[in-house]
Unconditional design. Structure first.
Ligand code: PMP
Length: 364
């Protein structure tokens, strides 16, 4: 609608207006129940129908095999940085981390408290602009798992395919917080996929974990009950009070993604949007620059710098005047970042691209 901005925030991020309107229409009285989803018992039949439908739709979207559990948890992806080693490792188990940006680095650092992780490759010295050739990786055969961050939200580096884990149990673990449900994924290649919802699929407060069932049930003794996958799995994510409204919103987004034709269609739209944006950057004769190696540029987070950094504040100010907000890069890297998740309409990217061309013409 007229009064909504194009919100390029990295997360919490823009949601489909259709979904917000639907939630609005059901806010006060959910489908004749006489109450809002926020007011329902999480054990009542109404909420059970909501969480079960959300899970079923997510299973359809990602074609999740039946030997995987889907958990709707709390605590953000950050909590999973600890939960994963706590559930998968003994304290002395070695684990491999491939660090392609600051989120992977945070996951590694947290794991140091609960197992014996090693960084087998880091892109830090190249300012996190690359993903290594998988054949050259020296994986530890005794590692319990190999951890990657499938899309580094701050640096805009995205895996386009995945390394084969060469540890003895062939376990690959991926943080998909910022590209979850943005494209089809072969879930069977992973031991665990986890994601905070607040970028592509809902509001903050919900964290989704997709885990192969045989990896559940081996948590370290010190594991808090809230971090034990077995507890959540046995209780269908209802061990304690879940983030009910957030799960409901995720469910509405899953329905919307299915109505769009599923993740293959969603991916096509995402490629089209990202191509537009990278093209204007690459064809700007250096006025704009994206430092990320072309083959691993993210479809979701597009970081770029201005040749004349003194123009950055002006860029942001003028964009905001035209209803395009949250374009400032992460405080750790500076520059700009346009996050263009599933819910960013093509019209938003077209408007940004037109603005960028115009801004360049006026300031080059
Ligand atoms: N991993 C990635 C890739 C992220 O982008 C973020 C949040 N920006 C996190 C982890 C941390 O997520 P949360 O804030 O949900 O704990």
């Amino acid at each position: 609608s007229q009064d909504r901005v194009f919100n390029f925030a990295a997360g919490p991020a823009t949601l489909p207006e259709r979904v917000l309107k639907k939630a609005e229409s059901e806010l006060v009285n959910w489908r004749g129940s006489g109450m809002s989803v926020m007011e329902m018992s999480h054990r009542g039949k109404e909420f059970l129908s909501i969480i079960q439908k959300a899970e079923a739709d997510l299973r359809t979207l990602l074609d999740i095999p039946s030997n995987y559990s889907v958990l709707f948890l709390q605590g953000g992806a950050t909590t999973q940085f600890a939960a994963i080693p706590l559930n998968l490792c003994k304290p002395n188990d070695p684990v491999d981390y491939l660090v392609t940006g600051s989120w992977g680095d945070k996951a590694f650092k947290e794991a140091q408290k609960f197992c014996k992780p090693s960084v087998i490759w880091s892109g830090k010295s190249e300012k996190y602009t690359k993903i290594p050739n998988f054949d050259s990786l020296e994986q530890n055969p005794d590692a319990r798992f190999l951890h990657i961050c499938a899309n580094e939200t701050i640096h805009g580096v995205e895996f386009k395919d995945y390394p084969d884990p060469r540890n003895k149990d062939k376990i690959l673990v991926a943080d998909m917080s910022s590209n979850f449900c943005s494209k089809p994924v072969d879930v069977s290649k992973f031991g665990v996929i986890y994601a905070g919802a607040q970028k592509n699929v809902g509001p903050s407060g919900v964290t989704i974990v997709i885990i192969r069932k045989d990896l559940i049930g081996n948590a370290q003794e010190i594991t808090p009950v809230m971090l034990d996958y077995k507890i959540h799995d046995e209780n269908n994510s209802l061990y304690n009070t879940p983030p009910c409204y957030g799960i409901y919103m995720c469910g509405l987004v899953f329905e919307d993604l299915l109505e769009q034709g599923g993740l293959k269609e969603v991916e096509k739209k995402n490629i089209k949007k990202a191509d537009l944006l990278y093209k204007v950057i690459d064809e700007s004769n250096g006025f704009y620059r994206c430092p990320v190696e072309k083959s691993v540029r993210s479809l979701m987070n597009v970081p770029f710098t201005l040749e004349k950094p003194e123009l950055e504040a002006e860029f942001i100010k003028e964009a905001a005047k035209e209803m395009m907000v949250q374009l400032k890069g992460h405080r750790s890297v500076g520059g700009m970042r346009a996050s263009i998740y599933n819910a960013m309409p093509l019209a938003g990217v077209e408007k940004l691209v037109a603005f960028m061309k115009d801004f360049q013409a006026r300031h080059a």
